[in-house]
Structures are given as C-alpha cells and as structure tokens.
Design a protein around this ligand. Sequence first.
Ligand code: ATP
Length: 237
Amino acid sequence: MSTLLQVKDLKVAYGGIHAVKGINLEVKEGELVALIGANGAGKTTTLKTLMGMVKPAGGEILFEGQSTAKLAAHDYVKQGLVMVPEGRGIFSRLTVEENLLMGAYSRSDKAEILHDMERVYHLFPRLKERYKQLAGTLSGGEQQMVAIGRAMLSRPKLLLLDEPSMGLAPIIVQKIFEIIKMIAAEGVTMLLVEQNAKLALQTADRGYVMESGKVTFSDKAAALLANEKVQQAYLGE
Ligand code: ATP
C-alpha cells in the first residue's frame, strides 16, 4: 500500500494557543484511520489544517508525496482531498439531489456523475426516496447522509470525516457507521475524527489518540481497543 497522506511534525497555533504541538501521522491508500481524543485535543484543528483552512505554524503535509503548502483553496477537492465538516455544511434551501450534485461541480463527465449518483442512492436508499426534498427539512441523520453523499460525488482520494456521529441518536449513529464501512469496502481511503472512540476504533484499521495537541498512542485499531490506558481514558472501561 502506498502512503497517501503523510503529516510530519505538524504544529498549529491560534495566537498564543498551541492547538497542535508537532504531530506525525500517515494514511495509506485503502486504509480507514481514526483520530480520537477528548474535547479540545486538536482533532478538528488537524483536519482543518489538512484542508488548508488553517495555516500550520510548522511541519509538513504531503499528499501523494507532494507538499500541500502551495495549494489554493479550490485545488484541494480537485486533488482528491475532501472533507465532510462537523455540523455538515449542507445547503438547506437546495434539494437532496441538488446538494449531491454540488459535490460534482468541478467535474464534467456527465455519465460518470450519474453513475456516482446511483452509487450514493444505493448506499443511502433513504436519500433516493427523498431526492426532491429540501435538505433543511431532513432529519439530522439524513443530513449527515447528504454530506457524505456529496463528498462521494467529488470522487475523493482521501475523505476526511469530522465527527459524523455528532448530535445523532445511537441507532442512527450505527447506521452511519455501517455506511462508512461500506464506503471503505469500496476502496475509499478515510481519516475519521470521532468523539465516540469505541465505535471509531471498531470501524477503523488503525488509530491515533490525541491529547492536548500531541499524539499519545498510535496503533492498529484492535490493539488500541485492547490497550488498558486507552480503555480507561477514552473507552469508558
Ligand atoms: P472537539 O472534539 O471538542 O471538537 P478537538 O479535538 O477537535 O475538540 P479543536 O477544535 O481542534 O479540538 O481545538 C483544539 C484547541 O484549539 C482548543 O483548545 C480550542 O479551544 C482551540 N481552538 C480551536 N479553534 C480555535 C480558534 N479559531 N481560535 C482560537 N482557538 C481555537
């Protein structure tokens, strides 16, 4: 497996607050990697920095071996780096279908776009039933489905998911994670930030634990689930 993303000694500061203090992580092609940790550990900041939304104070981000430092905002999606943000960021006055098509705005391959729409509707039959509904009137779980579906329409090489379980009932969270597994099984590489550490590690291949801006553990997901310190601090055991 080749390395898709490599983060070296990444540092991020907001004024005097050092949110990320020199972390290293990597994601290989085909992997599903979880980034877990308590509130304020620096997980969201890490994802935002990977997407160029926050400028690092130090370190390096390599995507497919190339530094992302000079990429313009609109280049990220074209390069295949796509994020599903916390809070989802869907367009509430557009229909489900219009939202999904937004994900394909930089593509011109109409037949392939239609094919990808069908693929999303296959993953989310509920969205197919509701394709004409205004996205703002969907349930929280359905909106999360739209956000993931829209990201799929941009054919990501690396999909960054920020807290997909946020604000959702446990049964819906299960459903979303089943879909994340299906997307992974299709070969989409993902980096998943999650508060629900147990579910994230049960779903992922590997994981990183962040604490106060540093990576404190990194291992295969199964090994992290079995690690007593991780269990005590993050898994409620
Ligand atoms: P959560 O799970 O609560 O979202 P997190 O691990 O994603 O937590 P971050 O949101 O990355 O953590 O926050 C890391 C630290 O950086 C926190 O101390 C936070 O208060 C601070 N921080 C985040 N965004 C900003 C900002 N725009 N300005 C100043 N400080 C910020």
